[in-house]
Design a protein around this ligand. Structure first.
Ligand code: 5RP
Length: 239
């Protein structure tokens, strides 16, 4: 099974958790897009949902499929959010933000009763950090913010190259909220809670891509099938 087929398999499995009448958060990225694509026909066939998107891209995709979209202001309590991840470990700690949507993704996920992560097997790691950690920062004072991120991350045991994300046009990438992203290549994040606490201390940091204690379940599709990882008991049941 290719990575793409694994993403589809995880997205298909996630449909089992969606019930008519739900208020649903829709994630961002290629895996979440596959879930949205599978949801479209279900909605057209009568599944009643009210959805909130985590990005403008997802909003446009879902709307084009006829999915009823709301805003988080209109619908501030969601039943479930289904989203992808850049990395996840055995404790369901995540790195997110590869697609630049980490701020809205975290707001939507934490406004939901449950968050389910859908991922191909390449995303499952023993320790977070080999994927750069995205950190969303305000544009004002970028150099000062970057310096403080370097200093406080180092205190939390994390060092590595920090780069300003570029868009396809060669200009700094702007998030849907008009902020920059610093991609922090820390290599290994031994103590994610310490790093999260440290980054929260930096005034110019809006949010970081560590999702700790937020995901309830991960559906990880690999060549040998689906593995479910539950945050409740860390009991990994294979299908
Ligand atoms: C976007 C995200 C995505 O969920 C993450 O980047 C995974 O994306 P993909 O499913 O394309 O691998 O956090 O901000």
């Amino acid at each position: 099974m290719s990575d793409d087929e694994q993403k589809i398999a995880a997205a298909e499995r996630a449909l089992q958790y969606v019930e008519s009448g739900m208020k649903l958060g829709l994630g961002t990225g290629t895996t979440a897009a596959k879930f949205v694509d599978l949801l479209g026909p279900k909605v057209q066939a009568g599944l009643e949902l009210t959805c909130v998107a985590t990005s403008e891209a997802t909003q446009a995709r879902a709307k084009a499929l006829g999915i009823r979209m709301s805003t988080l202001d209109e619908t501030p309590f969601l039943d479930l959010t289904i989203d992808g991840a850049d990395q996840l470990d055995g404790e369901l700690h995540l790195i997110k933000g590869g697609g630049g949507a980490l701020l809205r993704e975290k707001i939507v996920a934490t406004s939901s009763d449950r968050m389910i992560v859908i991922a191909d097997a390449s995303k499952r790691v023993e320790m977070l950090g080999s994927h750069p950690l995205p950190v969303e920062v305000v544009r004002f004072g970028l150099t000062a913010t970057r310096n403080t991120v370097i200093a406080l991350a180092s205190d939390a045991g994390c060092e590595g190259e920090i780069t300003l994300r570029q868009g396809a046009d060669g200009k700094p990438f702007l998030t849907d909220s008009g902020n920059y992203i610093l991609d922090c290549a820390f290599g290994r994040i031994e103590e994610p809670e310490d790093l999260d606490d440290a980054l929260k201390m930096v005034p110019g940091v809006v949010e970081n891509g560590l999702f700790l204690g937020i995901a309830d379940l991960a559906i990880v599709a690999g060549p040998d099938g689906i593995t479910l990882l539950s945050a409740k008991d860390n009991d990994n049941g294979d299908d």
